[in-house]
Write a protein that binds this ligand. Structure first.
Ligand SMILES: [Zn+2]
Length: 298
């Protein structure tokens, strides 16, 4: 592989008038990514149908959301937003299909999934594409999926769906709750790496869905405790663990709400650098802006 596929469609971008940057972030990021010859931007040209959503969500709930009878995850009732959300979910599911067809890494420029449960929306999340991709791949190809959620927040929606639909045997949810993704000074042999490597050896997933949350940054108002350097190391350890075992990874954006929008975009771009380092075998070039480092030390 000499270029990393990046799934993005203009159809998924919408202005939800929300504190969350999820709906606008992909459109801003793709402009930066498109300038880098290491990445190949692909429009998946897919949406998602009600029948597919029924695989993990309650039928009546799906119908009510799709018809804007009840609010989406952003608190809106807008058919225009719903169309963009359907394309966002379609992007992640299509990325997963593409990854298991012998692509070691796919970058899906999407977010807004893990707080959406079996019959509820919430926290800027409308439908859960993560468990949906896992369910579909289980039915079609008998595959096992591991969701590695390194967003700053707990994926209550994923956990709810896995329990409601009895998916435990083929879909596992993992968050490094004790370390919050902190790679520690020892890198891959530190607690984050050890915990992750152990889980991969035990569960033996066929696919990893990695939520590379930028809101785990210490400078994020809704966020965590990690510096940008620690976030980069977290990404490197995750990718290396997957690559060592030939497990394909779909990376999505997950949260990120920094006051300075560029800080969130920088963290996501650094995730792209970590992909280049592990999957293309070239030195990654993460950026740590002086202004961000100042914030980290406040
Ligand atoms: Zn979050």
């Amino acid at each position: 592989m000499n270029r990393i596929p990046v799934f993005y469609s203009d159809a998924q971008v919408h202005d939800a008038g929300s504190f969350s940057k999820s709906p606008l972030k992909p459109g801003l990021l793709v402009r930066k990514i498109a300038l880098d010859p290491c990445f190949e931007v692909i429009d998946p040209v897919v949406s998602i149908t009600a029948e597919e959503l029924y695989l993990v969500h309650d039928d009546h709930h799906v119908d009510a959301v799709l018809s804007a009878e009840i609010e989406d995850g952003f608190g809106n009732r807008s058919l225009k937003s719903i169309d963009a959300i359907k394309h966002t979910v379609g992007n992640l599911v299509q990325s997963a299909r593409f990854a298991v067809s012998s692509n070691p890494i796919v970058w899906s420029l999407t977010s807004g999934f893990h707080h959406a449960g079996h019959n509820f929306c919430g926290g800027y999340c409308t439908f859960d594409a993560l468990t949906l991709a896992a369910e579909e791949l289980h039915r079609a190809r008998n595959l096992k999926t591991l969701i590695i959620d390194e967003d700053a927040h707990y994926g209550n929606g994923c956990v709810n769906i896995i329990a409601m639909r009895g998916m435990e045997d083929y879909c596992r949810y993992h968050q490094s709750s004790h370390t919050h993704g902190d790679p520690g000074a020892e890198g891959a042999t530190g607690r984050y790496g050890r915990e992750l490597n152990k889980l991969l050896d035990e569960f033996k997933p066929d696919l990893i869905l990695y939520q590379a949350g930028a809101d785990n940054w210490v400078g994020d108002p809704l966020g965590g405790s990690l510096t940008m350097q620690q976030l980069y190391l977290r990404d490197l350890i995750t990718f290396q663990a997957a690559s060592d075992r030939d497990i394909p990874v779909v990376v999505n954006l997950a949260g990120g709400y920094a006051d300075h929008y560029d800080d969130t975009l920088t963290i996501h771009m650094n995730t792209g650098e970590a992909m280049k380092e592990v999957f293309l075998g070239q030195a990654g070039n993460p950026i740590y802006p002086i202004s961000a480092v100042v914030l980290e030390n406040m």
